[in-house]
Design a protein around this ligand. Structure first.
Ligand code: FES
Length: 109
């Protein structure tokens, strides 16, 4: 499943999410660091607004953070959310993309 992150002032970024992986796990695999704290669906640090797509929660996630949207906006917790369709979210906090070491440095060249 494709996951796309948006945040004001940042370029949009997309990465693949394997079946049954949370967005957080997929982001880490793609070298993207999300703003998280508890990583257990309880604190709301990873909360994001769903712009497109849908998720499910195989593990518990606090409804406190999912129900606090205004009007019809849907929110998700990226540390627990498993996409069930291509997903586009707007994160509350910026993300960081891990620098990739030049191949010459890895190979000692
Ligand atoms: S990091 Fe705490 S709810 Fe996701």
């Amino acid at each position: 499943m494709q996951v796309t992150l948006r945040h004001a002032g940042q370029s949009e970024i997309s990465f693949a999410c394997e079946a049954d992986d949370t967005v957080l796990v997929a982001a880490r695999r793609a070298g993207v660091t999300l703003h998280v704290a508890c990583e257990q669906g309880g604190c709301g640090a990873c909360r994001a607004r769903v712009l497109q797509g849908a998720v499910h929660y195989p593990l518990p996630a606090s409804s406190r953070w999912l129900d606090e949207g205004s009007g019809s906006e849907d929110y998700t917790l990226l540390c627990r959310a498993v996409p069930i369709s291509p997903l586009v979210v707007e994160t509350a906090h910026p993300w960081r993309q891990r620098d990739r070491a030049p191949l010459s440095r890895i190979l000692g060249g």
